[in-house]
Design a protein. Structure first.
Length: 370
């Protein structure tokens, strides 16, 4: 009987002691992080969320729960310990020995383009018997930019390239200051700003100059009208147009033709009107603007476009993308034709739209579908 009482006191002391130790020291030496494996991604590609938990003390941790919220537009391949409502709620359990580090990778696919962030995480610890639980919150700063998936509209691209062939043939070429093709020896008449002083210093020969790629002086202008005449917003068709612009923009840019984009939709990344141009940056900047376009938030069409489209005498082609044959958009297309510009009207593939366009504009109208 006495031994039983002694054993009981020892067990109680051990229980209370470990309870005190874990309540006070469970976070000491415990570090955790959650981060996206990539900073940029194209819709349809897979990536991972990397969870790292490390216990840098001699006290083992029987259980550590890592909880975080992610946007529901990210589709995780492993659904164990998770739930989806307005957000995706992830709950992963780790068992950490003394001085142990565990790295876990969770694969996911982005279902939509846009910017996604994880802003915080919760750590839930427990004592050895998993009776008492303790919670702490850690800040997280990780983001993922998802570019639109390209819609490979080869027939449309071929038709547009034919339309701008003459304009590009007669267009002078200029050096692209953002490109680098190589170096060569200095020749009389080369500007001083083209000399590569670092490369020249490594040789005992003549000066060396940078050689850059050449691009067309006359860019292609994209105009995207996301005003919707339907009560129910047609988000899928808006995505088709954005994906087509991503494909055509890359195609022209790789051929040395600068592209620009104006739209009456709001850029969700900046809160202002969406505008992009490869003349002021590289193609990744163009894709970033495409990723941020919010089709549900648009500005009045006539206020945003009428003053920005004309004059565009420097453009080799004016491409007008619209969810439907907006009468004001059709007026701009006709105005461009009257000014002698090469124009194209691109719409989602619907029979009723073909009937609404009619007349001379039919030969300048193209349709895209997923």
């Amino acid at each position: 009987m006495i031994l039983l009482i002694v054993f009981g006191f020892i067990a109680l002391a051990f229980f209370m002691g470990q309870r005190y130790l874990y309540s006070r020291f469970w976070t000491r030496g415990l570090t955790a992080s959650v981060a996206f494996a990539d900073r940029e991604l194209t819709r349809g590609q897979s990536s991972e969320v990397i969870e790292i938990v490390e216990n840098k003390k001699w006290l083992p941790l029987a259980m550590v729960k890592v909880k975080f919220q992610a946007p529901r537009e990210l589709s995780f391949t492993s659904g164990k310990g998770s739930s989806v409502t307005d957000q995706y709620y992830r709950n992963d359990i780790f068992h950490l020995k003394a001085m142990e580090r565990i790295t876990r990778r969770v694969q996911f696919y982005p279902k939509k383009r846009g910017m996604y962030e994880i802003g915080s995480m919760d750590l839930v610890g427990a004592d050895l018997f998993l009776i008492d639980q303790f919670v702490t919150q850690l800040p997280v700063s990780t983001s993922l930019l998802v570019y639109p998936e390209e819609l490979e509209c080869t027939d449309l691209a071929r038709a547009l390239q034919t339309s701008i062939g003459t304009a590009l043939t007669n267009s002078p070429l200029i050096e692209d200051v953002f490109s680098f093709r190589g170096i060569r020896e200095y020749q009389p008449g080369d500007p001083m700003k083209t000399i590569n002083w670092c490369a020249s210093a490594k040789t005992e020969e003549d000066l060396l100059v940078n050689v850059r790629e050449y691009v067309s002086r006359r860019p292609v202008r994209f105009y995207l009208n996301l005003t919707d005449a339907h009560i129910r917003h047609r988000e899928d068709e808006a995505e088709v147009l954005i994906s087509a612009i991503a494909y055509l923009g890359r195609l022209f840019f790789e051929q040395g033709i600068h592209v620009s984009l104006r739209t009456n939709a709001v850029n969700s990344l900046t809160g202002g009107p969406a505008f992009a141009s490869t003349e002021e940056g590289d193609y990744s900047d163009f894709l970033t603007v495409l990723a941020g376009i919010d089709p549900a938030r648009t500005l009045p069409f006539e206020h945003h476009f009428n003053e920005s489209v004309f004059p565009e005498e420097d453009a080799s082609l004016l491409c007008f993308f619209s969810l439907f044959p907006d009468p004001e958009m059709l007026e701009l297309v006709e105005k461009g034709l009257n000014m002698g510009a090469a124009v194209a009207l691109i719409l989602p593939s619907r029979k009723e739209d073909a009937e609404a366009v009619g007349g001379e504009l039919m030969q300048y109208t193209y349709y895209v579908e997923e």
